[in-house]
Design a protein around this ligand. Structure first.
Ligand code: AMP
Length: 396
């Protein structure tokens, strides 16, 4: 069975074709600059990279180009589209409309339109991606795989905000979380690596990338997560503020003459470690700047690690103990100093890092806790596309 995974953004589209029997990626790539001049497709297959520069006015043009490349005589990996058994689409927000992976139907797409406003930067792009695939591959089975589904198991006291309950009921304003496919994948991988069943474990999963979120996973189910109604909440991120007193936003909007929309744009795009450091949203740049003596880069890194540590402490309490901490995504997998600072001083809680193992580079799953640490600390490369493909295959 071969599953095509599609992750559509507003002007980009990433794809992977996965053979499910071996979970091997047969081909992958992405389209950039859809709808704007300078369109480009980068396609990787047979150990080679193929680049096509072509205008792609719409997502349908982009999907058509991807499919042409997948069946191309030289760069292709399949002889016809019939070899694709199904398509799995990544969708950021599900609201309360979808609790799990769902087959694409006309009815499901009506619901998708209704919840699009929950993630205005992401969900409309996913709808474009689905519609483009339906136009180019009519009749092909497709699944909607939501970033939020893994968090659907949170108890009401964890996902509710303390607002008027009738407003929650009317408008569904609550915590939904994000990065669910990643949290689910690494929690499962942690259990597999330790040779335990997920039911036995209390795990804190730290997905630290340009967007970051931390989840508490008990018995294989998410019981709390740091992102909220939107992916703006939680720890500070590349350019997102993370948690902030909303009254401070109102104050800032007045002072800077911003509308609420502009204020939200500011919190999403000009804050986080970028806003604090004034240097960059990229942690590699921040670490270089700190080493060169930039104190605001030092401050941004300290704030990030401190915030991660607070969530780890809070989730240890929520879980009633802790067996494993997992670090994943760009920063979690590649930045030892952040991992070190996020767990520093937690030895009293049985969390002890092995400094040398933490610094050592490596691929695959790595254990970086000290031999006498009660809590295992693992680095696990995430694989959101594989989860999307597995969910799609399971639905079929
Ligand atoms: P992500 O959003 O998961 O792609 O993560 C992006 C973040 O990971 C950026 O802040 C990068 O600086 C950081 N990062 C650090 N080292 C690496 C690396 N070797 N490869 C990719 N991202 C890295």
């Amino acid at each position: 069975m071969k599953i095509l995974v599609i992750n559509a953004g507003s002007s980009s589209l990433k794809y992977q074709l996965i053979r499910m029997e071996t979970e091997e990626v047969i081909a992958k790539g992405g389209c950039e600059r859809i709808g704007i001049p300078g369109g480009k497709l980068t396609h990787k297959a047979h150990g080679k990279t193929y680049v096509i520069e072509r205008e792609m006015p719409t997502h349908t043009d982009a999907i058509s180009l991807v499919l042409a490349e997948l069946v191309d005589k030289e760069a292709g990996v399949i002889s016809s589209m019939d070899e694709i058994d199904a398509v799995g689409h990544r969708v950021v927000a599900s609201g309360e409309a979808f609790k799990k992976t769902t087959l694409v139907t006309d009815e499901a797409m009506v619901l998708m339109d209704e919840i699009a406003e929950l993630a205005p930067l992401h969900n409309p792009a996913a709808i474009l991606g689905v519609n483009a695939c339906r136009a180019v591959m009519p009749g092909k089975k497709m699944a909607l795989v939501f970033d939020t589904s893994f968090h659907a198991t949170m108890p009401d006291y964890a996902y509710l905000y303390a607002i008027d309950y009738e407003d929650y009921r009317a408008y569904k304003v609550r915590r939904y979380g994000a990065h669910g496919t990643s949290h689910k994948f690494v929690a499962g991988e942690a259990a597999r690596y330790l040779g335990k069943s997920p039911e036995e474990l209390k795990i804190i999963t730290c997905h630290l990338g340009n967007g970051s979120s931390i989840s508490a996973v008990k018995g294989g189910k998410c019981i709390d997560t740091s992102m909220g109604f939107t992916p703006l909440a939680g720890v500070p991120m590349g350019t997102r503020s993370g948690d902030i007193d909303v009254a401070a936003i109102d104050f800032l909007c007045h002072k800077k003459g911003m509308t609420m929309d502009e204020g939200l744009n500011y919190l999403n795009k000009q804050c986080g470690v970028y806003g604090i450091s004034g240097v960059s949203s990229d942690f590699r740049d921040l670490i270089a700047a700190k080493e060169a003596g930039n104190d605001r880069a030092r401050l941004a890194l300290d704030m990030f690690a401190y915030s991660c540590k607070k969530y780890i402490g809070a989730y240890m309490a929520a879980l009633g103990g802790l067996d494993v901490i997992v670090f994943t995504a760009g920063i979690g997998e590649n930045t030892p100093s952040v991992r070190r600072d996020a767990v520093a001083g937690l030895e009293a809680f049985g969390i002890k890092l092995d400094e040398a193992k933490n610094e050592a580079k490596g691929d695959g799953i790595r254990e970086i806790s000290a031999a006498d640490s009660k809590v295992k600390i693992l680095v696990i490369p995430t694989n959101e596309e594989l989860v999307i493909a597995r969910e799609t295959a399971a639905l079929l």
